[in-house]
Design a protein around this ligand. Structure first.
Ligand code: NDP
Length: 288
């Protein structure tokens, strides 16, 4: 099991506080990841998981600041709320209108969004896969799909086709990005006629509910990268499909999770942790 390093917050001293806010949040791996990064770099901090129902994030954060809170990770369903309450933000958070990271700047919160960076670093740096020129199928049109779409385009993919169960949401996402030469939509039920793709991203939450996507094998070719943004049990069905379809790579979103956390850690502390040992340990835990 992943033993969280000895918690410095066991000591009765005043420490800079960090936390992940979500609803629910008890399942979050962020405390383990951030404590491991801090341990690695010899940084004393306290990192908790704090449940905040929708509509209560501002109040929860102001209590948190009163108790020494200086940095927050934000997960579902609070990312839009986090962005709205911040008084300053990074260009990428502004483009998305949602935030997964907040940094306290003395009298206001600064918002960032590290999800897209997390995905691109996992694919490019950990798995050494070049996305440039790839024709991409993005399945899903929720917050995660929106979060990674600009990063995929910035990484140099040649085309993105968005397919979503509710086709109107796919059209909305397509209109939002406003790049008709490179981004189009396709009916999820009609992918058999769409040809093949060099990369297929599953950005749906189907696996979280034990549901499987009905994807045809014809969308894959022998060099296709298949990537599920979910991880653990939620990714099992998509990864099994990818292997059966003969995809060159079948990857889950655990690496993205660790990399987006590392980018947040760097924003807060100015130091970038080595993500590999933390990723490997989480992988071993998941397999155990
Ligand atoms: P949202 O609730 O915003 O969107 C859910 C999406 O899944 C929608 O496009 C929805 O389609 C689709 N969907 C749900 N059930 C099905 C189904 N049975 N068949 C087809 N489509 C379905 O969730 P998010 O976008 O925020 O999250 C999506 C996934 O990405 C989650 O599993 C989450 O854990 C993962 N994620 C991973 C991260 C990481 O760091 N690895 C970071 C962020 C997210 P419709 O519009 O038709 O309802």
């Amino acid at each position: 099991m992943f033993e969280a390093p000895k918690l410095v917050d066991d000591l009765n001293v005043s420490l800079a506080r960090y936390a992940v806010f979500g609803h629910p949040v008890a399942h979050s791996k962020s405390p383990l990841i951030h404590r491991a990064f801090a341990h690695q770099l010899g940084i004393a901090l306290r990192y908790d998981a704090i449940d905040a129902a929708p509509g209560t994030l501002a109040a929860a954060l102001s209590r948190f600041v009163g108790e020494g809170g200086v940095g927050a990770s934000v997960t579902l369903p609070l990312k839009a709320e986090a962005f709205a309450l911040a008084k300053a933000c990074s260009a990428r958070a502004k483009r998305l209108g949602v935030a997964n990271t907040l940094a306290w700047h003395g009298d206001h919160w600064f918002a960032d969004n590290t999800d897209g960076e997390g995905l691109i670093r996992d694919i490019g740096e950990r798995h050494r896969i070049d996305l440039r020129g790839r024709r991409v199928l993005l399945v899903g049109a929720g917050g995660a799909a929106q979060g990674v779409l600009p990063a995929l385009l910035d990484a140099g993919v040649s085309k993105v086709t968005i397919s979503n169960r509710d086709p109107q949401r796919a059209d909305q996402l397509c209109d939002w990005i406003g790049d008709p030469a490179r981004v189009q939509t396709w009916y999820l039920d009609d992918l058999r006629r769409a040809g093949d793709f060099d990369a297929v991203f599953n950005a749906t939450s189907a696996g979280q509910y034990g549901q499987a996507l009905d994807l045809p094998f014809t969308i894959a070719n022998p060099r296709t990268l298949a990537y599920d943004l979910s991880y653990g049990k939620a990714a099992t069905s998509f990864l099994a499909w990818a292997r059966a379809a003969g995809c060159a790579y079948a990857l889950d979103g655990l690496g993205m999770l660790v990399e987006q956390a590392a980018a947040a850690f760097e924003l807060w502390h100015g130091d970038r942790p080595d993500t590999e040992p933390v990723y490997r340990q989480l992988q071993r835990d998941a397999a155990a």
